[in-house]
Design a protein around this ligand. Sequence first.
Ligand SMILES: CC(C)(COP(=O)(O)OP(=O)(O)OC[C@H]1O[C@@H](n2cnc3c(N)ncnc32)[C@H](O)[C@@H]1OP(=O)(O)O)[C@@H](O)C(=O)NCCC(=O)NCCS
Length: 170
Amino acid sequence: MSRGGRVQLRVPTAQDAALWTALFDDPEVMRYVGTGEVRDHAYYVDLVARQQRLAESTGLCLFSLVTDRGTVGFVGVHPWERPWGPQGMPEIGWRLGRAHWGRGYATEGARAVVGLARRRGLPHLVSMIQAGNTASAAVATRLGMTVERELVSPEGTRVHQFGLSLAGRR
Ligand SMILES: CC(C)(COP(=O)(O)OP(=O)(O)OC[C@H]1O[C@@H](n2cnc3c(N)ncnc32)[C@H](O)[C@@H]1OP(=O)(O)O)[C@@H](O)C(=O)NCCC(=O)NCCS
């Protein structure tokens, strides 16, 4: 468990799959994620298992974000796995349950993740953010990320690739 400020990052557990399912069982949360589909428990069981393997091999993954309100969502780094865009590049991402927005948790968690990525020697992070997702773009901007390019997904959605160079920073 990585601690700092009001938030802690935890490699997700099997129980977190159920927590993530419940937190994200909300079309508003999923509106700008992929095709906007709300995912079921089996999806999150698989997602958690993949994060556990990633954490073992790289020390980084989509971590459960734990606050004094309990687990509020996830934040972390994982490879961009879609068959378009920055394939294989480390992407920083965040997703919180609706009840936990507007408290600064995503930015605080993401700052901790940037620190971990830097200590692991990653030179660069991207974040793929659909046009119109102003809350997510605001998190990226607060981290110092800037728009590197605009892409159109295979589904026809405009997506901004934000980037952050970590090289030379401490
Ligand atoms: C994207 C997302 C994580 C952003 O969450 P968020 O709560 O807006 O982001 P932050 O944690 O940075 O919080 C910032 C807000 O908390 C407020 N805040 C309240 N207390 C605060 C504190 N102590 N410290 C910092 N900010 C605080 C800020 O003023 C800001 O509010 P504002 O947006 O009204 O200006 C959230 O909207 C989400 O989960 N969306 C659905 C999933 C998604 O789209 N993920 C990204 C896909 S690319």
